[in-house]
Design a binder for this molecule. Structure first.
Ligand code: FAD
Length: 571
């Protein structure tokens, strides 16, 4: 049962949140050793990271060092030569590498989170035996090839195609763009169009050394400059039949499953980056004196430091909860994974911005790390699903599931995300039933599982979970199937769901921290601050469902789109 999707029906699944998951002692020990070894390797190379950022390269000797540390085998099971880390352990290691350099995290993350994840999740025994040991040793580095020049967010519209040959093999043609690790990978997970009754897209394992496979030049990027990003092209590449991942026609499902499963990598990386910024900002705020005092003594600087801390704690709480869901074998975690990615990546960007602001002019100088962190973090809300598209996904998945719980809506709501116009046809007496449900009679209350110091925060989430259900009711009644195109409403619904899920994770973690260490009063304070902030945001989002200037905004944007830019001047 998905915690996030149930919020849309007014239900908090307390058992999925409390107690907050703790890492097993033996995993903690193993992880500590990996983290220490990683620090020892990366810490002395900070000057190199800066120059590799300028030169846009990651030297082969450095990649060799990553191999020797075992960083390409983090999530590959021990039986195949990897370290066999859980999703939570993996996210924790990426948090650590991100504290040093984002490009390093990208190289490791694109390999593990998405590049070879398809083999782990869908590979046959033969595919696993053939590739996983080499991938674990880093003898083969992997990349994920989905995006094309005309297919970004709309990934289902790819044109790369594979034609089946008489002997069962395939001939692959097409070009992928902006592929992380494109220039250093030995193995690509490639998505290609293969029209058949089974579906339109198929996933293939393709080796870089096969004739017809080529990559373009290293892209000159704004951030994560040292990480390899290239085009990857396929010209009449013969792909053996046994290189199909999962089954013919199942490629879109494979791509989405990989991306859902990999989102904690970006979340973990964001958390690590936030910790670095906070450490830098704290040090600067203590040392820098203006008007006779250290700037950390001024409220407007304190406000930034506190907000960065709240954001980091909240993001960390959500990311590790989602990683725990994945590790515990939950099937349905895609909405929670999307929420954790959206929240953590935006929190990281806010932290980068505020950290640089605390550093003042120094933050703008290339001698200091802030400008690189700001550039590096900019991509986070764009790749592995833009945050706009993920917000639509969060809202529509929740609405779809909500409708599914009611028999008479079952058929109308199927496939709403992929085929919006099919959905939301039959409303029946839906509204009445939903309102009854939304009053919350018989629900489990999270407040009964929390210390009294968190009762007010619990009340916020209990109240707004019901408000979310009522808001969804209202929107479904008002817009019917047209809800799929009501992006302003969907964004507000998604933002409420994000605040609720992240807030509940924060609450659960604060309660667990304070139970383990009664002297830790700050975790409770963070959960309470976050609850009050989300309360204001959620109230605003709910109010703006009915009281807004959406029509004017839409009309203004249309006017500017028609005009081709800003049409006024003072001349
Ligand atoms: C550095 C880098 C590394 C990357 N690595 C990889 C990789 O390893 N493998 C891979 O396959 N791809 C990779 N990508 C591609 C990345 O995943 C895409 O850039 C991303 O999916 C967005 O696609 P797009 O850039 O074409 O933007 P578009 O899809 O054109 O979107 C442009 C804007 O329109 C918005 N938008 C689009 N559709 C909608 C909608 N329906 N409603 C509202 N808003 C919408 C988007 O949110 C965005 O703001 C990488 C990209 C970069 C820049």
């Amino acid at each position: 049962m998905s915690t996030a999707k149930n919020l849309f029906s007014g239900r908090i699944l307390v058992d999925n949140l409390v107690p907050y998951p703790r890492m097993a002692d033996k995993d903690r020990e193993a992880l500590r050793m990996i983290v220490e070894a990683t620090d020892q390797f990366l810490e002395p190379r900070h000057a190199d990271f800066k120059s590799w950022d300028r030169d846009a390269e990651q030297p082969p000797q450095f990649i060799q060092g990553l191999r020797e540390l075992g960083l390409f085998g983090l999530i590959i099971p021990e039986e195949h030569g990897g370290l066999g880390l859980s999703n939570a352990g993996y996210a924790r290691v990426l948090a650590q590498t991100s504290r040093h350099d984002s490009s390093v995290s990208l190289t490791i993350g694109a390999h593990s989170s998405i590049g070879m994840k398809g083999i782990l999740m869908f590979g046959t025994d033969a595919q696993k035996a053939r590739y996983l040991p080499r991938l674990a040793r880093g003898e083969m580095i992997a990349a994920f090839c989905l995006t094309e020049s005309s297919a970004g967010s709309d990934a289902a519209s790819i044109r790369t195609h594979a034609q089946r040959n008489a002997d069962g093999s395939w001939t692959l043609n097409g070009e992928k763009i902006w592929i992380t690790n494109g220039g250093i990978a030995d193995l690509y997970t490639v998505f290609a169009r293969t029209e058949s009754d089974a579906g339109k897209i198929t996933a293939f394992i393709v080796e870089a050394k096969w004739p017809g496979v080529a990559h373009g030049k290293h892209e000159d990027k704004m951030g994560i400059r040292a990480s390899s990003t290239t085009t990857v092209s396929f010209a009449d590449v013969r792909v053996p039949a046994e290189s199909v991942l999962d089954a013919e026609g199942k490629g879109f499902k494979v791509a989405m499953a990989i991306l859902n499963n990999g989102r904690t990598g970006l979340g973990g990386g964001s958390v690590g980056g936030m910790k670095t910024v906070l450490a830098l900002a704290t040090e600067h705020a203590r040392a820098r004196r203006q008007f006779g005092r250290s700037i950390g003594e001024y409220d407007l600087v304190k406000e930034k430091i506190a907000q960065m801390t709240v954001d980091c704690f909240a993001a960390e709480s959500a990311v590790w909860m989602v990683a725990h869901y994945i590790d515990s074998g939950f099937d349905d975690y895609s909405v929670e994974a999307a929420i954790s990615k959206v929240f953590a990546t935006e929190a990281m960007q806010r932290s980068a911005y505020e950290g640089l602001q605390i550093a003042g002019g120094s933050g703008f100088m290339r001698d200091y790390p802030y400008e690189q962190i700001t550039r590096d973090s900019r991509i986070l809300t764009i790749f592995e699903g833009t945050n706009e598209v993920l917000r639509l996904y969060i809202a529509l998945s929740g609405l779809k599931d909500l409708g599914r719980s009611l028999g008479e809506l079952k058929f109308a709501l199927d496939d709403i995300f992929n085929h919006p116009i099919k959905g939301f046809g039959v409303m029946g007496d839906y509204a009445e039933k939903r309102l009854t449900q939304a009053t919350g009679i018989g629900r489990d209350r999270i407040s009964t599982h929390m210390p009294s110091s968190l009762r007010d925060a619990c009340e916020v989430y209990e109240k707004y979970t019901l408000e979310l259900a009522k808001t969804c009711d209202f929107c479904l009644r008002r817009y019917g199937k047209a809800i799929a195109d009501r992006q302003f409403e969907l964004k507000r619904i998604a933002d409420i769901a994000i605040d609720l899920f992240v807030g509940l994770c924060t609450l659960a973690r604060a309660a667990s921290n304070s139970a383990a260490d009664p002297k830790d009063t700050q975790s409770i304070a963070i959960a309470n601050i976050f609850a009050q902030q989300t309360k204001r945001r959620m109230a605003n989002n709910i109010r703006r469902i009915t009281r807004n200037e959406d029509d004017s905004i839409r009309a203004l944007a249309d006017h500017i789109l028609d005009a081709g830019g800003y049409p006024w001047d003072v001349l």
